[in-house]
Design a protein around this ligand. Structure first.
Ligand SMILES: Nc1ncnc2c1ncn2[C@@H]1O[C@H](COP(=O)(O)OP(=O)(O)O)[C@@H](O)[C@H]1O
Ligand SMILES: [Mg+2]
Length: 281
């Protein structure tokens, strides 16, 4: 993986994570990649997130858990400003910093941000194009056209998503011809093709059967050394199996955030305890 300047999506050098101010900031330690600080978020008049403070560590898997409607997807979409695409939304208070760069500053390049913070959705959504074109699409958007280079990236991305052996002989057939589990791994391959730093996954296995789910979970384990992964799941076994840190949300608030083992075996908050032991949700 190539190394990039940490604040490539910030147009203003004043926002650089290497600036003396951010080096001195006690809130930004080298291990924290995403720093969420007192965030409130609204859909119109409806408040979906309430005073969220959470620090996501680099090169680890962080799980967001909690009952339906508690704000997990909303928070995930705040991290690459996907909510900007929904009319009437606003982050009304607080900051979200990546490498110390406030991603809601007006001069942030949102396209670059979304390249650095990729996303995989609940329902796999390959483009109605060939497997090969699904991978190269984002690269072409970023202006790389040389065929040899594209071939290399296609292979590397598909290998990275543990799909290469299954599709190497059919790269120019439609991505929609793959099974559900393969399609989801194709979407992961597409996400990693542009070399993101963070991969957001919103219930990536909820439409998959147990065998395909196991493959995606195995893949997450492979990817964790290279990427910072945040996964939303309502499957608590999955959170327990896959993640290093777990954040439990309830009614738009972060109730507890700790090492996954502690959340599942020794939670400090009674609401967390009730949720992880299956008493509500
Ligand atoms: N596009 C939207 N427009 C209006 N309200 C929304 C939208 N998406 C989510 N919400 C509301 O925001 C709250 C949090 O939803 P969401 O983040 O999807 O929760 P979760 O992912 O935990 O199930 C819910 O009350 C939901 O109804
Ligand atoms: Mg959701």
């Amino acid at each position: 993986m190539t190394t990039r300047p940490p604040s490539a999506f910030a147009r203003s050098s004043a926002l650089s994570a290497n600036s003396p101010a951010s080096r001195l900031s006690p809130a930004v330690t080298p291990e924290v990649l995403v720093a969420i600080d007192h965030v409130d978020f609204f859909y119109g008049a409806t408040q979906a997130l309430n005073d969220i403070c959470l620090q996501v560590e680099a090169k680890r898997v962080t799980a967001f858990i909690g009952p339906s409607g508690c704000g997990k997807s909303t928070l995930l979409r705040c991290l690459n400003r996907m909510n900007d695409l929904i009319e009437g939304t606003r982050l009304s208070r607080g900051t979200i910093k990546i490498h110390g760069v406030d991603i809601y500053q007006r001069d942030v390049d949102v396209i670059e941000l979304r390249k650095r913070v990729g996303m995989v959705f609940q329902k796999s959504n390959p483009f109605p194009k060939s497997i090969y074109e699904n991978i190269t699409y984002g690269l072409l958007l970023h202006g790389r056209h040389e065929k040899k280079h594209l071939d290399e990236i296609v292979e590397r991305s598909l290998r990275g998503a543990a799909l290469w052996d299954e599709v190497k002989d059919r790269l120019h057939t439609s991505g929609l011809g793959l099974s559900g589990g393969q399609q989801q791994r194709l979407c992961i391959a597409r996400a990693i093709a542009v070399e993101p730093e963070v991969i957001l996954m919103d219930e990536p296995c909820s439409a998959l059967d147990p065998v395909a789910t196991a493959k995606v979970e195995e893949l997450i384990q492979d990817l964790r050394s290279r990427y910072t992964i945040i996964i939303v799941t309502h499957n608590m076994q999955q959170a327990a199996r896959c993640s290093d840190r777990t954040a439990f949300f309830y009614l738009g608030k972060l109730v507890e955030y700790a090492d996954t083992r502690d959340i599942f075996t020794n939670p400090t908050n009674p609401q967390t305890e009730a949720y992880v032991s299956g008493r509500f949700g």
